[in-house]
Design a protein around this ligand. Structure first.
Ligand code: PPS
Length: 289
């Protein structure tokens, strides 16, 4: 069930940008026949999606840079729920790598019964908020974020694309996918990309030698991705994404929230997140700071 709401569709209670989603694309996702060897990178928006679209093909193909140098990220590792998926799905070679921003309950039903694997990337929600705030300024297909304070309240109440961060994280933690899912944080990727690439390769049954791990990590560093036109969104017309307002690959660090939050905003933010995450037994790297 879809309702039109300005620049968004409201689909099962979730706000999705009209620019990239349609009734047809959501039907396509619902009807997708997930293969047992499919791999999904799952993210709440601004948590490391583009990074995963760069890393996954390289881990799966032994470090061959051809796809990341010749295919735009959105066609290389498509979002299952977006309009491009139907156009490029047949071009994907097995094992297929896809991304999704969907909470667990809105994944293609055949994902649930398959043996397909998922990598769930979680990022400090404070940095997700900051990244999203800047993204809303440059992406003309999203609502203007207003002031940082206003956007913080919108984010906490879930009146942003893909809803509440806490609901998203909880839906995937509760899914009980056992050895079909690997949880990783953006912060671990920033701190030790080589170690994370090794974890991905063993989770996905890929045997990468150290030289390949090194090549993949070097290629996927922030500065290289920022200059890769197949990954830095410079192919998107300025009327849709205006990188003069804020580049898509903006800072690529952990902790930029400290430059944006007042102590009061941080206290309010943490109180709401902690309350909504109560009972979920996870300690994130940022909880220990
Ligand atoms: S989206 O719109 O949901 O697809 O955005 P997403 O790709 O999930 O998140 C964008 C943020 O990820 C950062 N990014 C990286 N950080 C470090 N290293 C690498 N290689 C990298 N690639 C993408 C990107 O810069 C955005 O974060 P901010 O904090 O805005 O810089």
């Amino acid at each position: 069930m879809m309702i039109s709401h300005g620049k968004y569709w409201v689909y099962n209670g979730l706000m999705l940008p009209k620019e990239t989603h349609s009734a047809e694309s959501l039907k396509f996702a619902e009807e997708l026949k997930v293969q047992n060897n499919d791999i999904f990178a799952i993210t709440y928006p601004k948590s490391g999606t583009t990074w995963m679209q760069e890393i996954l093909p390289l881990v799966l193909n032994g470090g061959d840079l051809t796809p990341v140098q010749t295919i735009p990220n959105w066609d290389r590792v498509p979002w299952v729920e977006e309009t491009r998926a139907a156009l490029v799905m047949d071009n994907l070679v097995a094992p297929r790598a896809m991304v999704s921003h969907m909470p667990y309950n809105l994944m293609p039903p055949s994902f649930m019964s398959s043996k397909a694997k998922a990598i769930y990337v979680t990022r400090n929600p404070r940095d997700v908020l900051v990244s999203s705030f800047h993204f809303h300024k440059m992406a003309n297909f999203l609502d203007d974020p207003g002031t940082f304070d206003e956007f913080l309240e919108k984010f906490l109440s879930g009146k942003v694309m893909f809803g509440k961060w806490t609901e998203h994280v909880k839906s995937w933690r509760k899914a009980n996918l056992r050895d079909r899912i690997l949880f990783v944080t953006y912060e671990e990727m920033v701190q030790d990309l080589r170690g994370v690439i090794r974890r991905f390769s063993s989770f996905l049954g890929q045997d990468l030698d150290e030289e390949t791990v090194e090549r993949v990590a070097n290629h996927c560093c922030f500065s290289n991705m920022k200059t890769n036109i197949m990954s830095n969104y410079s192919l998107v017309p300025q009327g849709i994404m205006d990188s003069s307002k804020s580049p898509f690959l903006r800072k690529g660090v952990a902790g930029d929230w400290k430059n944006h939050f007042s102590p009061e905003q941080e206290a309010r933010f943490v109180a709401v997140i902690q309350q909504e995450m109560a009972g979920i037994n996870i300690t994130f790297p940022w909880d220990q700071e």
